[in-house]
Design a protein around this ligand. Structure first.
Ligand code: G3P
Length: 215
């Protein structure tokens, strides 16, 4: 499973990229608002750090304006993926981007049928929001499993990008459900490394070996 970082914070991206574990980046308007910068400015900086797919979300709500906005963003770099909302207008725009060979990520996916429509129209990625479903008393991971079955049934090449990941458990479950990608916040990426038994083991090995070297 590929790991993307879900942030617009350049320092977090730089750090996770240095760790050597990330394959791409996803952003959204709320993440841009957090850092107080425009999408174009942030995306221009990210493409110079990470060599992989970088999702940039359009703000427009009508297909024509989404296409105009997405075209401009796609010209920033070949790795830019245009993120579109899973609406009738978003899917209209998706058709245009698919025909013109521009990569897309259909976001705010909450049902298998939405994923099916996006895949039929050639989306490169779909982003089911696992955590937000959990927040509403649903099993977010069940959505990933159902979409996996549908995509495999029909050999759709659209990639499942599990989003709204809130914990290391989500990452583990996404991998078990054969999600193609999980986009993960910085803190959760960091948490993936840790286990108390690893820390205890490192401490024990270090202090045991000191006994040998100080003999
Ligand atoms: O990129 C979209 C996404 O991952 C949102 O996460 O935590 O705001 O539901 P969250």
């Amino acid at each position: 499973m590929q790991l993307f970082i879900d942030t617009a914070d350049i320092e977090e991206i730089r750090c996770a990229n240095d760790w050597g574990i990330i394959d791409g980046v996803t952003t959204n308007p709320s993440l841009m608002a957090k850092v107080g910068r425009t999408t174009a400015a942030v995306i221009r900086e990210i493409v110079s750090i990470v060599d992989g797919p970088i999702s940039a979300e359009v703000l427009a709500t009508e297909a024509k304006s989404m296409i105009e906005e997405g075209r401009i963003l796609s010209q920033i770099h070949k790795n830019v993926v245009i993120k579109l909302p899973m609406t009738i207008e978003g899917v209209k725009a998706l058709n245009w981007f698919s025909k013109n060979g521009i990569k897309t990520n259909l976001t705010l996916v909450f049902s298998p049928n939405q994923a099916l429509l996006a895949a039929k129209c050639g989306a490169t990625y779909i982003s089911p929001f696992v955590g937000r479903l959990d927040d509403h008393g649903h099993d977010g991971m069940e959505l990933i499993r159902e979409i996996r079955t549908i995509f495999d049934n029909y050999a759709f090449t659209t990639k499942i990008l599990s989003a709204s990941i809130r914990s290391t458990l989500h990452v583990r479950e996404a991998a078990l459900a054969a999600s193609d990608v999980a986009t993960v916040p910085f803190k959760v990426l960091k948490d993936l490394y840790s286990h108390p038994l690893t820390d205890r083991g490192v401490e024990a090995f270090t202090s045991d070996y000191k006994k040998v070297t100080t003999k």
